[in-house]
Write a protein of this length. Structure first.
Length: 332
C-alpha cells in the first residue's frame, strides 16, 4: 500500500512519576505512542519485541495497528522508569531495562519491506539500522533517538542519521548531539550529520513551547553573512520572504491547562507527523507545516492523562476540532 507506515521502536512497561502523581507498569514505549497517533491517519505496522509478561495486544488490535511484526520472546518486556521535574519539560531516567530488546534481531516480512513511510522510533540505533537495511524503496524515512543512545552508541547513531530524511528530536537531545547550545547552530550541525541532502528535514521539539522546523536547502540563509557591499534597503515584503526562505518554521505548543504526564508526547508528535504525511502523500514545504500543526495537536492530547490512556480514547474528529481552535490561536 502506498501510504503504509512501518515503525520500529520500543514496546514497554513504564513507571512514571510526575510532581502531581504516579503510574506504575503502564503500557508505553516509543512504537506504542507512535502507532496510536499515526493510525489515526494511515495504516500502521509495528516491528518490535515483547516478553512473555506482555498482555496488551488487544489495545493495538482495537486501533487496527498491525502487530504481525511484534515478536514475543521468552524474557521481560522493555522497562523504563522516569521522574519529571516540576516544569514537566525535563526528566530523569531512573531505570532502563532492555529485557528482550537486548538480543532482538528484527526480520521483516515481504509486505513490511515494501512500506513507503518508515519511522525509526527511539530504540538502539543498531536495530534502527537493521530495519532500514531491509526496506526496499521507502518514500520517507524518519528517526527519533534519546540521550541514552547519543551517549552510549553515538557511532551507530551517526551511521543511521546519514540514511534518513527526517529527524525529530527534542531540544535537549539536539544540544547533546550537536554540542551546540543555540538551536539554530545545533540545526546546522545535525543537518550536516544527516549528510546535507537538499531535502533533509529536522524538527526540534521544545516541549510546551512548540517546535522549530528546519529545511536544509534554505537554512544556510538564516543569518546571511554580512558583506561590505552597499545593499539596497529591504522592502517589508523582503523581510517576510527572508524569514520564510530561511527554512525555519516555528509553531507554539497548544496551550493546555491540565498537563498530567508528558511521556510519549514526542512519539505521538512523530506519529501524527508521519501519519499526516502518509495520508496526504505530499512532502511539499507547505504540507510539512500543516503536518507539524496536526502532529502538535495529536501530541497535546497525549499529555492529558498518564501513559497512553488519553491517546487511546481520541478519534480524528477530536484532533480536527482542536486543530481548528489551535489555528485561531496562532492566526493574526
Ligand atoms: P518520549 O516521552 O516521547 O521520549 O517517549 C517516552 C517513551 O519512550 C516511554 O514510553 C518509554 O518506554 C520509551 N523510552 C524511554 N527511553 C527510551 C530509550 N532510551 N529507548 C527506547 N525507548 C525509550
Amino acid at each position: 500500500m502506498t501510504n503504509q507506515i512501518l515503525v520500529v521502536g520500543s514496546v514497554a512497561f513504564d513507571s512514571i512519576t510526575t510532581p502531581f502523581g504516579k503510574a506504575d507498569n503502564t503500557l508505553g514505549g516509543s512504537a506504542t505512542y507512535f502507532s496510536l497517533a499515526s493510525s489515526l491517519f494511515a495504516p500502521t505496522s509495528i516491528v518490535g519485541v515483547v516478553g512473555n509478561d506482555f498482555r496488551d495486544f488487544d489495545i493495538y488490535r482495537k486501533h487496527r495497528i498491525d502487530i504481525s511484526g511484534m515478536e514475543k520472546q521468552k524474557g521481560e518486556t522493555f522497562y523504563w522508569a522516569g521522574r519529571y521535574h516540576y516544569d514537566l519539560n525535563t526528566r530523569d531516567t531512573l531505570k532502563l531495562k532492555l529485557g528482550v530488546f537486548k538480543n532482538f534481531q528484527p526480520k521483516l516480512s515481504e509486505l513490511h519491506k515494501q512500506s513507503k513511510f518508515v519511522f525509526l522510533a527511539n530504540i538502539q540505533p543498531h536495530l534502527q539500522l537493521q530495519v532500514l537495511k531491509q526496506i526496499k524503496r521507502p518514500k520517507l524515512v524518519g528517526l527519533d533517538t534519546a540521550t541514552e543512545w547519543i551517549n552510549q552508541t553515538k557511532p551507530a547513531l551517526l551511521k543511521v542519521l546519514k540514511l534518513v530524511d527526517v529527524v525529530v528530536i527534542n531540544d535537549g537531545e539536539a544540544r547533546e548531539l550537536s554540542k551546540e547550545n543555540n538551536l539554530i547552530k545545533a540545526s546546522r550541525v545535525i543537518l550536516k550529520m544527516m549528510g546535507g541532502q537538499k531535502n533533509d528535514i529536522l524538527i526540534i521539539k521544545q516541549g510546551e513551547h512548540g517546535l522549530l522546523l528546519f529545511h536544509h536547502s534554505l537554512s544556510l540563509r538564516v543569518h546571511p553573512k554580512q558583506s561590505n557591499k552597499p545593499r539596497r534597503l529591504p522592502r517589508p515584503s523582503d523581510a517576510f520572504r527572508a524569514r520564510n526562505d530561511t527554512g525555519i518554521f516555528n509553531l507554539p505548543g497548544y496551550p493546555l491547562e491540565n498537563v498530567i504526564d508528558p511521556t510519549g508526547a514526542g512519539d505521538s508528535f512523530a506519529g501524527g507527523l508521519m501519519g499526516y504525511l502518509a495520508k496526504t502523500n505530499d512532502l511539499s514545504p507547505a504540507n510539512l507545516k500543516k503536518a507539524c500543526a496536526e502532529a502538535s495537536t495529536v501530541a497535546s492530547f497525549s499529555v492529558e492523562n498518564f501513559g497512553t490512556k488519553r491517546l487511546q480514547s481520541i478519534r480524528l474528529s477530536d484532533v480536527n476540532q482542536r486543530l481548528a481552535e489551535y489555528k485561531k490561536l496562532i492566526n493574526f
